[in-house]
Design a protein. Structure first.
Length: 163
């Protein structure tokens, strides 16, 4: 009989999931920046690319803290969200609605990450992983700030242009 899975197993599984997701996002952000029509949109995607690099490094520190190799695990959810973003780029290329669509798909990514980091923080606290908590909290704070910036970008320009 298999050993019952623990919260620690779940934590590690989710950590691998978000690690994979961040690496996929890192590859996708330059494409989104190239596709964006507004300079603000391009700048936002490129700034988030730099932040994502830092988030990956913090996740690697968390893997170190828990004594595991930093390895991702294929995350179907993020693949689906990113594929939707690719579709928007294809279908709305050259249209006034493109930037609004890009922002919308970027926010879907942010909300996924926010959910994952929130869960990891709660579990890390429960498991007494005191060193991991601030690293995960920093990632969550950046994702949250990016989401808010994207909302401002959408409301101040992209949505009106799309309409």
């Amino acid at each position: 009989m298999a050993t019952p899975k623990t919260l620690e197993d779940l934590f590690l599984d989710t950590l691998k999931d978000i690690y994979y997701a961040e690496k996929q996002i890192l590859k996708t952000l330059p494409k989104m920046a190239r596709a964006a029509q507004s300079e603000e949109g391009q700048a936002a995607f490129l700034q988030h690319r730099d932040e994502t690099q830092g988030q990956i490094e913090r996740l690697e520190q968390v893997f170190e803290i828990v004594g595991k190799a930093a390895r991702g695990k294929t995350c179907e959810a993020i693949q689906g969200i990113l594929a939707e973003g690719e579709e928007i780029i294809e279908e709305f290329k050259g249209s006034p609605a493109l930037d609004a669509g890009l922002i919308s798909s970027a926010q879907a990514v942010e909300h996924y990450e926010i959910a994952r980091y929130g869960t990891l923080i709660a579990w890390a606290k429960q498991l007494g992983m005191k060193q991991a908590v601030p690293l995960l909290e920093q990632n969550l704070a950046e994702e949250d700030a990016t989401d808010k910036k994207l909302t401002v970008l959408a409301v101040s320009a992209a949505n009106a242009k799309a309409a």
